[in-house]
Ligand binder design. Sequence first.
Ligand code: NAD
Length: 454
Amino acid sequence: MSGVLEVVEPATGAVMARVPRAGVDEVDAAVARAKAAFTAWRDVTPGDRTMLMHRLADAIAGEHEELARLEARNAGKPIGDARGEIGMAIDTFRYYAGAPERLLGKTIPVADGVDMTFREPLGVVGLIVPWNFPLTIASWKVAPALAAGNCVVLKPAELTPLTAIDLERIALEAGLPEGVLQVLAGPGTTCGGRLVEHPDVAKIAFTGSTEVGRGIARGAAETIKRVTLELGGKSANVVFADADVEAAAAAAPGAVFGNAGQDCCARSRILVQRSVVEEFIEAMRPHVEGLTVGDPLDDATQMGPLISAGQRESVASFVPDDAPVAIRGSAPEGDGYWFAPVVLAPVANDDRAAREEIFGPVACVIPFEDEAEAVRLANATIYGLSGSVWTRDGGRALRVARAIETGVISINSNSSVRVSTPFGGFKQSGIGRELGPDALDHYTELKNVYYATN
Ligand code: NAD
């Protein structure tokens, strides 16, 4: 093992765990074990694979509260959110548990024979995940990968490896064969980089920053690996004057400050029709000033600390002394990486705070005149991950939802993900889709078999 990884609790800044730090040698050994386990796992009958995945879901559910508390402490997220996220991970395993018997092919009419298609597993897949929703995002990849018959090497972020390490233990206890799901906690460049270049890894499914995603796409090109990328975002929350402005203003803070803004789906550009900007900001004020920021393990907490000192420094650079702060919430003093939520208004769409993914609790209010300008501003970004449209005009709601270049958009809501519906990005927010039935396509190859009958 290449040493020890110290895991820090963001609410206190203190070390909460020490885990083995995997490097290149550990990746090579894990990939070899996964490759050795693959044929037997691929050949497990669909019914048995379904049963094993249900057992895994049950076993995670058996440790729901312990995992939620661990995630809350390690990622600095409110315990209520952490419970919901572990719940979603369980639901994701249950959803894909039903997949092995539904990986259907086709029969295609051809001359002098029968032509049929099969969905085949890829082999060993490398899954690389970020620190903001550690076990949940891991489950979005692990569950469809296993259901399709692949063996998995999962690399959690070095800041938040603890629930993923537990997942490997739980999977073994639930009866998954050795080598089918392995977890390696290690640095991105060495541990993650080796997975990307390894010739026996057939695919990389990555969630993280657009910058690292570019490097992964380049690295994977060398061995023509399949790649799924879920990257950054700078999503628009478009509020028209004909909307229920109260409801939009009450929902907007949650859409940016959830997970302390460390959310790829954060609707951090709030585009508000100029005639209701003042009304909107005043309606939003109590929801920002009243946010309870504090101890992640307290049930009353709505927002925790940022993940690290470095992240706090990076977020603070977007709120210089002369920033147009319209609303500022509160945050605890003292140890821990605290940052009070902030709404900047008015902001121009090409200001740095409106262009770059801040990944912290900073929202920008950007005024617009009419529908055409709203769509133009919403699309003036390299990203395209999520978004919302608030209006009482049904035709406009659908027109704007269709016109915004984004993978996921909600009307009169700020919800982004559901286990059964596709999630992923347009433009530089990514390639491929997770969740829903479509994700299985990314963990299988399509094989075409022709059987001559003449
Ligand atoms: P990151 O890109 O720094 O790291 C993500 C993962 O990649 C980590 O496990 C890291 O160790 C690994 N990594 C880093 N360098 C690597 C390399 N050279 N080769 C291989 N692996 C490497 O991202 P982060 O800071 O952990 O997470 C924040 C980012 O993730 C934000 O940009 C956010 O928008 C994005 N994100 C996207 C989604 C989505 O679904 N689109 C979801 C959550 C987070």
